[in-house]
Write a protein that binds this ligand. Structure first.
Ligand code: 4AD
Ligand code: MG
Length: 430
């Protein structure tokens, strides 16, 4: 019977054949232990010389790391093994021999591993991170579809710059100037006026010269947008969604969390509601914590965000930032013109901002004024202004950065390990 490691439990006591790679190997004179992987899991294959004979045993001892094989054996229940099963090998065929696989079980430097990202993905740790990423993607669709949101695909090639002009990737669109999308938000707003509740989910690009554990040049963002939803309800959606992601990873990724050594108690604590603190109060808190240099109107950097997050054991919303710090489309506070109805959601444990969101301006004249103040061309945003002309409604939305969320839930230090092929300041290879 041909099967996979994930399904092997269905065949206890029977003979099965697996397509697999040799992850690692140990052997003595009489017995060889093959660590086999097929992407669905890991299992130990045991080759006993007395059972398989001289030739097969010698071939097993000569197997090299990452060679591909068809392995046949009897499935044994084994309490001690992580998968609960072991394979007593009866025979195998080498499909392709792997010579001098560069990533050996010894320690390697990060640059070397990043140069070999196409191979590094095969490691147990990287597979675990990719599986958690996949689960978060799955849980995202699950959550939004369950709540009547439609997925809306926004364009990658655009003429607009929702998040400011300094970080745009410029390209040519035949004779026109174009940019790679920074955010699908503006298109999601058009979608919300058509479909009520939508979410975009796609790659976004920031030509940011930042070299930190939180920044990628190309990252994936989930951007829900909701008609008839104001500031407070927007936060409720965010805490519900993020709690769902954490619960889903806890439910489906126990093996991966264990591989990564993640403290799962930290994930169990992530349940709505999340604490909220205004920018003003956060500033006071920072002053109390000895950050003396920062004054009203300054943006918070990583150390500030981390200090605020440390104060809480759940993700925390920082709300009502100064208008001058935020993009043109945010709705001002009705009682105060100098702050906007926005919130950043800061993850615990130093993972920083995972969500940025706000209520959007729905008044035509105010939006037009803001576009002019931000020196944006009215012509480019004519379609966006149209949304305020024909049945405008209060609406809100947010953007969750997938890689920062994967890093946080997996407990991985740097976002470079949370996307298959990271695009970093100095890296376009592989
Ligand atoms: O705060 P940002 O820039 O917000 C927007 O783009 C809004 N249009 C979202 C919306 O309201 N629809 O980005 C949102 C999130 C951040 O909180 C962060 O998680 C992630 O996207 N992000 C990055 N992740 C990795 N690398 C970068 N360079 C990132 N820039 C933003
Ligand atoms: Mg932001």
């Amino acid at each position: 019977m041909k099967t996979t490691i994930s399904k092997i439990g269905l065949y206890a006591g029977q003979e099965v054949t697996l397509g697999a790679w040799l992850a690692n190997k140990r052997s003595s004179g009489k017995i060889a232990f093959l660590q086999l992987r097929d992407g669905t899991g890991f299992i130990q294959g045991v080759v006993v010389k007395a059972d398989v004979g001289e030739d097969v045993f010698a071939a097993a001892k000569n197997l090299t790391q990452e060679s591909s094989l068809y392995v046949t054996g009897i499935v044994q229940t084994d309490e001690r093994s992580p998968s609960g099963f072991e394979l007593t090998v009866t025979g195998f065929n080498v499909i392709s021999e792997s010579k001098d696989y560069p990533i050996t079980p010894k320690e390697h430097g990060t640059e070397f591993l990043m140069d070999n990202r196409h191979l590094w993905l095969r490691s147990k740790r990287q597979q675990a991170v990719m599986k958690i990423r996949d689960q978060i993607i799955h849980a995202t669709y699950e959550f939004f579809h369950e709540h009547d949101f439609s997925k809306l695909d926004s364009p990658i090639l655009t003429g607009s710059s929702p998040e400011g002009t300094s970080e745009l990737f410029a390209t040519k669109y035949f004779d026109e100037d174009a940019f790679l999308s920074q955010s699908g938000q503006l298109y999601a707003e058009a979608g919300a006026m058509a479909l009520g509740r939508v979410f975009t989910f796609g790659p976004t690009f920031r030509a940011e010269k930042s070299k930190t554990r939180r920044h990628l040049i190309e990252f994936w963002m989930i951007e829900p947008e909701m008609a008839f939803v104001e500031f407070d309800e927007n936060l409720e959606w965010q805490e519900k969604y993020v709690s769902h992601l954490a619960a889903s990873v806890l439910k489906h990724n126990q093996i991966e969390l264990k591989t990564l050594g993640r403290d799962t108690a930290k994930l169990e604590a992530i349940a709505a509601p999340f604490p909220r603190i205004t920018y003003d109060d956060a500033l006071t808190l920072l002053h109390e914590k000895g950050f003396d240099d920062i004054t009203w109107g300054d943006d918070f950097g990583s150390p500030h965000e981390t200090a605020i997050a440390e104060h809480f054991d759940k993700p925390v919303f920082i709300t009502h930032y100064p208008t001058s710090l935020k993009p043109f489309y945010m709705q001002p506070d009705a009682n105060r013109d100098d702050v906007v109805l926005c919130a950043d959601l800061i993850a615990p444990e130093g993972y920083g901002e995972i969500i940025g969101g706000s209520e959007r301006i729905h008044d035509y004249d105010l939006l037009k004024k803001r576009i002019a103040e931000h020196n944006l061309s009215e012509e480019t945003y004519e379609w966006y202004l149209d949304l305020r002309k024909y049945g405008s409604v209060p609406h809100s939305g947010f953007g969750l950065g997938l890689e920062r969320t994967v890093a946080w839930l997996s407990g991985v230090e740097h976002v470079r390990e949370t996307i298959p092929f990271p695009r970093l300041l100095n890296r376009l290879y592989p």
